[in-house]
Design a protein around this ligand. Structure first.
Ligand code: PLP
Length: 452
């Protein structure tokens, strides 16, 4: 305790100059300028059996995975490969990027496009799933490739790239849809784009008056922290408000290099969030997740989402039951800082979007009491007000503005009195038919009425 206060309050450098992650022997002779150059890292990525064998003792299962035809792209930056424990096949860094034979096994629920993104794609690379925000895919390339990639249907193919015409169409769509106030730039990894291209996109998006917020989804700070340099950050900060979500899965990813990258980004005023994927054998443990979120908040990254692993081909062996996610949230909420607790979500197969899932805290309810439990199992009663006047939407400017906008209201719309039911597809037909059959049988009333 005292030691950490000392080191944080002194005016001397808070820590020793950032040490570098130790390098595997094969790169011992690479000069530091090269090793720390992101271009060198990208052009020396590992993707063959021979290269990997120089760094890691591969198991037969891994060898089979690496040799497999038609597997998802394999490419690992030397920096990230250097974080792998060469002798531990269960190493959580290793499991994320080294294929095994198990990824060749199909599973029953697998879907090529598990999030139904194609059905929500008005122009190539633009996914408009939610009312006020879009996902803009700007590249198919990443610094390294996660074995459980949810977008493996389009990611990794060096020949399938977005063109200038695709970007124009994406931006045109956004410019002509004033409902879009938030643009999430993803891919692939946007921070892999040539900087002038990324800047061009940011500039054009910023020029659209109704686009309030820009976001970048990236894993470059984890796979290639060298890429986050002064030059990149001073460009990014010109396009505020700009937010960034970074994909971390394990505390072992947080190295001195990553710490430096996040410090540059945070110092440029970019709010940083973390999106993790719940992965069997990697982070399916409340304590592993707790260590991760604690390390994240130390580098000013706020845990944002934990995703249930999507039903994507090749990822079957990474899946956990949904109960694992609930167990993790149970172990975090109340036990640690509120801002260190992410939202656990299932991204609904078939395109339903993200659905938050959490433990039950409301135990029971009557018209004047709510019975709640806390993280310790303490059960309490909150007495409801008897004189709550309610909210008068007719006199609330925000409600009136929302009403004027119209559009989709969902369950919130039911609460606001915008409708009485939300009816699944085919519901009317199915129920009219059943009703007719029953009434024919008992011959009470004539059939065929819509409202029967
Ligand atoms: C995840 C996602 C978003 C952003 O969702 P938030 O909950 O706002 O972070 C937007 N569009 C699509 C298609 C997404 O998958």
């Amino acid at each position: 305790m005292e030691r950490s206060i000392d080191s944080e309050q002194t005016d001397l450098p808070a820590e020793d100059p950032p040490q570098c992650t130790p390098r595997p022997a094969i790169w011992a002779d690479v000069p530091d300028e090269k090793w720390n150059d992101w271009r060198w890292q990208l052009s020396h990525r590992l993707n063959t059996l021979e290269e990997l064998q120089q760094v890691i003792h591969l198991t037969p299962e891994e060898e089979e995975g690496v040799k497999a035809q038609h597997r998802f792209r394999l490419d690992i930056t030397p920096y990230f490969a250097g974080l792998i424990d060469p002798d531990d096949p269960t190493c959580p860094i290793r499991r994320q990027v080294i294929p095994t034979a198990r990824e060749l096994q199909g599973f029953e629920a697998a879907m090529v496009d598990p999030l139904g993104e194609e059905a929500h794609t008005p122009v190539p690379g633009l996914v408009h799933r939610y009312p006020d925000r879009v996902l803009m895919l700007v590249t198919t390339q990443c610094a390294s490739y996660c074995r459980y990639c949810t977008r493996s249907r389009i990611v990794g193919d060096p020949k399938a790239q977005f063109s200038r015409a695709d970007y124009d169409a994406q931006i045109d769509y956004i410019a002509h849809n004033p409902v879009v106030r938030d643009v999430l730039i993803s891919g692939g990894d946007p921070l892999i784009l040539p900087q002038h291209l990324l800047e061009d996109l940011l500039r054009r998006l910023r020029a659209i008056p109704h686009v309030e917020v820009l976001r970048i989804g990236t894993r470059v700070p984890v796979f290639l922290p060298q890429r986050v340099d002064e030059n990149l950050v001073s460009m990014l900060r010109r396009y505020h408000p700009l937010w960034m979500n970074i994909h971390f899965n394990h505390a072992r990813e947080i190295t001195p290099e990553v710490r430096r990258a996040c410090e540059l980004l945070a110092d440029a005023g970019i709010p940083l969030g973390c999106q993790s994927v719940l992965l069997a054998g990697i982070n399916d443990c409340p304590n592993v997740m707790k260590e991760l979120v604690h390390e994240l908040v130390k580098i000013r990254v706020r845990p944002y989402y934990i995703y249930q692993c999507d039903l994507v081909p090749g990822a079957g062996h990474f899946r956990t039951p949904v109960s694992k996610g609930i167990e993790i949230i149970e172990s975090l909420r109340g036990h640690t800082s509120g801002f260190a607790v992410p939202t656990y979500v299932v991204d609904a197969p078939g395109g339903g979007g993200k659905i938050p899932v959490m433990p039950q805290y409301v135990i029971s309810q009557s018209d004047h009491r709510v019975v709640l439990r806390n993280f310790e199992g303490f059960i309490t009663t909150y007495t409801e007000p008897t004189d709550y006047p309610g909210h008068d939407a007719s006199r609330c400017p925000a409600c009136q503005r929302r009403l004027a906008e119209g559009g989709q209201m969902g369950v919130a719309g039911l609460l606001a009195g915008q409708g009485m039911t939300i009816v699944p597809e085919g519901f009317e037909q199915a129920h009219q038919r059943l009703t007719r059959i029953r009434w024919n049988a008992i011959q009470l009333v004539p059939t065929g009425g819509e409202e029967a």
